[in-house]
Design a protein around this ligand. Sequence first.
Ligand code: ADP
Ligand code: MG
Length: 231
Amino acid sequence: MIRFEDVSKTYATGVEAVKNANLEIEKGDFAFIVGSSGCGKSTMIKMILKEIEPNSGRIYINGTDITRLPKNRIPHLRRSMGIVFQDFRLLEDKTVYENVAYAMRVIGTNQRAIKKQVPNVLSLVGLLNKSKAYPNELSGGEQQRVAVARAIVNNPMMLIADEPTGNLDPETAWEIMSLLNDINRRGTTVVVATHAKEIVDKMEKRVIAIDKGVIYSDIKKGGYVNDHRDN
Ligand code: ADP
Ligand code: MG
């Protein structure tokens, strides 16, 4: 589903953010990308989303090399992915319902399907009773649940999250990760970049560990791996 072949990214400043990354994430996987701040997690995520381009190497999404994808195919690529960020990125002037409905509207979904699907996903994330609330009336955890609902409302094949619990207290963080786990169990491939060590350890999922742009460990079912240079 996601495949990196010798992917490297050096920014214009000369920072080598990702070096020769090789990686394969299968359909249905739940994978953490872990490592300390600045190790290259967001750079990996941004290349998957085709927000930035690698300098070399190939990135395949469902068999398509997205490094060679014409610009006009990017919307189609993004439709296969639900995306969640650390800072929620909700539309502040829209209600919870409207935030989620909007994601369906922009891809041309008809009103009837929207009316049916939005309550379904809000119920899945436990926020049906907050449909009419505005983001500033919600807690951080609730706002992130809305963002998750919005990310999955169009039934994407994969859910990509960059530090989804970075702004949340530990208990709320755990609830959000459990929610992502539920979504994975329902069949969506989930990729989460995080440095939330305790949660990663508890969940026993696939853990891809990066240090200074290098993938130095990839464990099928494990915990957070500390920087190998510390040991
Ligand atoms: P992480 O998400 O793991 O914290 P990033 O992928 O954001 O790491 O950053 C990896 C490295 O690339 C860091 O050294 C960071 O300062 C650098 N970097 C990130 N984005 C840019 C950019 N747009 N221009 C230059 N350097 C960048
Ligand atoms: Mg980051």
